[in-house]
Ligand binder design. Structure first.
Ligand SMILES: [Cu+2]
Length: 387
């Protein structure tokens, strides 16, 4: 055994150690990545289910109704492997569906919860936040929140009465004077940012006689995500103020995230049932709301629920800050698809949902016919037939 032999042995072990160190580093980084991701996501499911809304009002008298809203900021997935810092009313998007009757007095209580914020850990001295415009909260745009209900008269839809800094709770009341379907949203500066972060929901003021009876009711809101990354970029996405100002979102979403209203979260009905959808638009772009394979039997256009509805409409416009009520009787089984018919928004950018209709086939309404190729072949065969 000479020195040379030993040197050879040492040299042979070097690649082994390199592999060992490399493996350990890979393990460490994937652990850190998984840990960071787990820590980052504060809300597992950002989307509110479309069937999460109160039942129709049955009482025939006025009441005082209390609505409790909590502002919670947190990071959640808007698509697989893609996260965003959302600001929410009650931890889901859209915020809770408020259902009241014309003449009711609505008490709104707004609390600004801050514990889930990714900004947690810095001071919440309210006087400092109010007096120092350079404060990190103000700069981040979430120094203050509020709610502007489109069903409210005056005072910025109520927003002027319930400006809440972190940790604060405030209330105001209003009387519902005009029936309709309205949206609500945060009314604090910079308002478009608060909308783009997810602070919106809807309020239905039923007329005194209520709405007509239907079999199923659903709550859907279109939103927009302005991410710094391009469409499809993975990981945490910051909000792009530049794209927000250009009104060019990377994603269009129904109920908070890409593909939220599909699969287990799809809307459902049986054949013969009439489905009513309360549909609002929180974005800056007009939505061309349509159901692929469906016709709106009734459209209460622009949220006017007391005038006679439009009938047999294919696609309805829902403006920025507007809402609509549509009804459709589902007559053929299968999957109908809710879309914004500016179709890249649905097919490529996320604004697509499903209405799954169960029941027996209806060949009297629709069926496949023999294809032309088969027909040609049959004709040729007929001609080839010996006379
Ligand atoms: Cu806000």
């Amino acid at each position: 055994m000479g020195k040379i032999e030993r040197k050879k042995d040492i040299l042979l072990t070097i690649p082994f150690f390199i592999i060992l160190i490399f493996g350990a580093l890979m393990g460490y980084f994937s652990f850190v990545e998984a840990f960071e991701k787990a820590r980052a996501i504060g809300i597992d499911e950002i989307s509110r289910r479309a069937d999460d809304l109160p039942s129709p009002i049955t009482r025939d008298y006025k009441e005082r109704v209390k609505v409790e809203l909590e502002v919670v900021s947190s990071i959640a997935e808007f698509d697989e492997g893609k996260t965003f810092e959302y600001w929410t009313f009650n931890r889901q998007i859209p915020g809770p569906f408020v259902r009241v009757r014309q003449g009711d007095t609505v008490e709104v209580q707004l609390t600004h919860i801050h514990k889930d914020s990714p900004m947690k850990g810095h001071s919440h001295d309210l006087s400092r936040i109010r007096s120092n415009p350079q404060d990190v909260h103000i700069k981040a745009g979430h120094g203050e929140h509020s709610v502007d209900f489109h069903a409210v008269l005056g005072f910025m839809g109520g927003a002027d009465l319930i400006k809440v800094a972190p940790g604060e709770t405030k209330s105001f009341e209003f009387k519902t004077t005009r029936p309709g379907i309205y949206i609500y949203h945060c009314g604090s500066s910079h308002v478009p940012t608060h909308l783009a972060r997810g602070m919106y929901g809807m309020i239905l003021v039923e007329p005194e006689g209520g709405l007509s009876k239907v079999d199923k009711e659903y709550y859907v809101m279109q939103g927009e995500l302005y991410t710094e990354g391009d469409l499809g970029d993975m990981g945490f996405q910051k909000l792009s103020k530049k794209k927000l100002l250009k009104e060019q979102p990377e994603y269009y979403i129904f109920n908070g995230r890409v593909g939220a209203l599909t699969g287990d979260n799809a809307l459902t009905s049986n054949i013969g049932e009439t489905v009513r959808i309360f549909f609002g638009n929180s974005g800056q772009n007009i939505s061309s709301f349509h159901i692929i394979g469906g016709i709106f039997d009734k459209v209460y256009s622009q949220g006017d629920i007391t005038s006679p509805p439009l009938k047999n409409v294919q696609t309805t416009l829902v403006p920025a800050g507007g809402a609509v009520v549509v009804e459709t009787k589902t007559e053929v089984p299968g999957i109908l698809r809710l879309v914004d018919h500016a179709l890249t928004r649905a097919i490529d950018r996320g604004a697509i949902g499903e209405l799954i209709v169960s029941g027996e086939d209806r060949p009297d309404l629709i069926k496949a016919l023999e294809s032309r190729d088969n027909m040609n072949m049959n004709m040729n065969m007929d001609m080839d037939m010996p006379q």
